[in-house]
Design a protein around this ligand. Structure first.
Ligand SMILES: Cc1cc2nc3c(=O)[nH]c(=O)nc-3n(C[C@H](O)[C@H](O)[C@H](O)COP(=O)(O)OP(=O)(O)OC[C@H]3O[C@@H](n4cnc5c(N)ncnc54)[C@H](O)[C@@H]3O)c2cc1C
Length: 509
């Protein structure tokens, strides 16, 4: 009896993996693919809180949901994209499903596992991750040598909605695009969409197709680009019956080269770019439309993401009178709509709050190092992917001015190289550390506000890691140079501090 009781108290052995990936979005699946290709004997698992893969493209269900990047670059380098460049969430999910199937990745993914805690033990040189299984409420603990954080940058279960006066007075429905209700019927209804970012630009034309009218209400105008949902060079290559893998690669290179040139022009010739972008909208909406008020942003292009509107569908809806734009400030919600500071009232049956994200750091996971809670703001980032005093961890934070995925893959290649290097040299742990030459480096918030300043980032600076002024110690958002710099990173450089040991040491412990 005593023996049985003693046995019952022995905790089941904790499952262990070489690498634990957090999140099965576009970045987590990229990580899994690259691990499988480049780190052959590495065991890994992906924990994902949702019930399927896709991340952003799984959780966002609002009308019209689509990418605003082309899928040649938002898709993976290793898998050709063969459809029109701007894709719906459904098309992106189908593409990711093929990647998972073709590479036998499903066996590595555990859905409905929400990670709540991650603890680093210096003695054991490993992370212990605690997750709750959302299907059974069971707590699961898994240990891993290395954590690969692919959890995105915002909270998936709740969007950001400001607290306006009178919201509870409103008798209609309020919906946030991130938590779109299944049962909302907007046919024949008056809709007000608050916000004018990329999400609003997809919701407005989609809802305008059947709604009585859609009003886009914004505080500040946004820059937009429009064009055909097609890429000329891809069309030309296809007309010559070039193999799709070549079409994909050549089109990717063309797009990235164009993006780099455009970004450069936004810095050096910003007024000319602004004039071009605004001039395009003027042509689409006609000379009677008040473009100065509604589509002339007070900042230079690319300080906030520039949304691409395929086939100018939002502008066509506005020109056709199915949608309109109001630039004003909200005074309060009323029973029947929104009262504006100008005194005007907008009537609405449905109000869509396309007001952005609640940014989070590392998936709201409580991190600790040897039991001491980790405050990410105390750390300094190494190239926007690792952090001082945080061992064996990489974070994927993509590009804002180009496709996110391009950076997910650049980081994936780096992480695989780092893991192989550690294996070859017998290192158990690695963490970045400021070098002697960095001793006097000034530290700043994560993003340079002068460079890029969307509101969700501004709201989150106090919880984000900090950066230095040298390229090694910041996320530069500069793909053109990072694609050369990352593969050339010297893994024996002074900025990497390794602790040696072998995996067999661990097994013997
Ligand atoms: C509507 C919309 C459109 C966008 N369009 C573009 C675009 O066209 N181009 C572009 O470059 N970017 C776009 N973005 C930005 C977009 O989020 C990223 O490009 C990309 O999808 C992020 O992929 P990810 O895998 O890094 O993160 P996510 O897509 O955010 O996926 C992260 C995954 O991690 C899981 N996760 C998070 N925390 C935990 C936890 N604690 N435990 C377990 N699992 C967890 C989440 O459930 C999620 O599935 C868009 C964003 C939105 C919201």
């Amino acid at each position: 009896m005593a023996e049985q009781a003693a046995q019952a108290e022995i905790a089941p052995a904790m499952e262990h993996f070489d690498v634990l990936i957090v999140g099965a979005g576009i970045s987590g699946v990229a990580g899994a693919y690259h691990l499988r290709e480049k780190c052959l004997d590495t065991s890994f698992v992906i924990l994902e809180s949702e019930e399927s893969f896709g991340g952003t493209w799984w959780t966002h269900r609002s009308p019209g949901i689509r990418s605003d990047s082309d899928l040649h670059t938002f898709g993976y380098g290793f898998k050709p994209w063969v459809g029109p460049p701007i894709a719906t969430a459904e098309e992106i999910l189908s593409y990711m499903g093929e990647v998972i199937e073709e590479n036998d990745l499903a066996q590595h993914i555990r859905y409905r596992h929400k990670i709540l805690k991650a603890d680093w033990s210096e003695k054991d040189s490993r992370w212990t991750v605690e997750a709750v299984r959302l299907d059974t409420d069971e707590t699961v603990r898994i240990s891993a040598d290395f954590l690969w954080m692919c959890q995105g940058y915002y909270r998936h279960n709740e969007g950001y909605t400001p607290d306006w006066d009178g919201m509870t007075d409103f008798k209609g429905r309020i919906a946030h695009p991130e938590n779109w209700p299944d049962d909302i019927d907007y046919a024949g209804k008056k809709v007000v969409v608050i916000g004018s970012g990329a999400t609003a630009a997809t919701v407005v034309p989609a809802m305008a197709q059947t709604a009585a009218h859609v009003t886009m209400l914004q505080r500040t105008p946004t820059f937009f680009r429009t064009g055909r949902n097609a890429i000329e060079i891809a069309e030309q290559l296809r007309s010559l019956r070039i193999d799709e893998s070549w079409v994909h690669e050549i089109t990717r290179r063309q797009i990235m080269s164009d993006q780099s040139a455009f970004t450069q022009r936004c810095m050096t010739d910003s007024q000319a770019v602004a004039d071009e972008l605004i001039g395009n909208i003027r042509n689409l909406l006609g000379s009677d439309f008040d473009v100065d008020t509604h589509f002339t942003p007070p900042y230079r292009p690319w300080r906030q993401r520039i949304a691409f509107v395929p086939d100018a569908d939002m502008f066509k809806a506005i020109a056709a009178g199915k949608a309109s734009v109001v630039t004003d400030h909200i005074d309060r919600f009323t029973e029947t709509g929104i009262k504006l500071q100008s005194g005007e009232e907008l009537e609405a049956d449905i109000i869509v709050t396309a007001t952005g994200f609640n940014m989070n750091v590392m998936g709201d996971i409580a991190f600790a190092i040897d039991g001491k809670p980790l405050d990410w703001h105390d750390t300094v980032t190494y190239r926007g992917m690792m952090f001082t005093s945080v061992p064996n961890l990489a974070w994927v934070f993509g590009y804002f001015r180009g496709s996110w995925t391009v950076r997910s893959e650049l980081i994936a290649e780096f992480v695989c190289r780092l893991l192989n290097h550690m294996r070859e040299t017998g290192a158990k742990t690695v963490q970045p550390a400021l070098r002697a030459e960095d001793a006097d480096m000034k530290l700043f918030d994560w993003m340079d506000e002068e460079d890029f300043n969307p509101n969700y980032l501004k709201r989150a600076v106090s919880i984000l890691p900090r950066r230095g002024d040298k390229r090694e110690w910041r996320h530069t958002q500069d793909h053109w140079n990072e694609k050369k710099e990352f593969p050339a990173i010297d893994l024996d450089g002074e900025e990497f501090v390794y602790r040696s040991g072998t995996r067999s040491d661990l097994a013997a412990e």
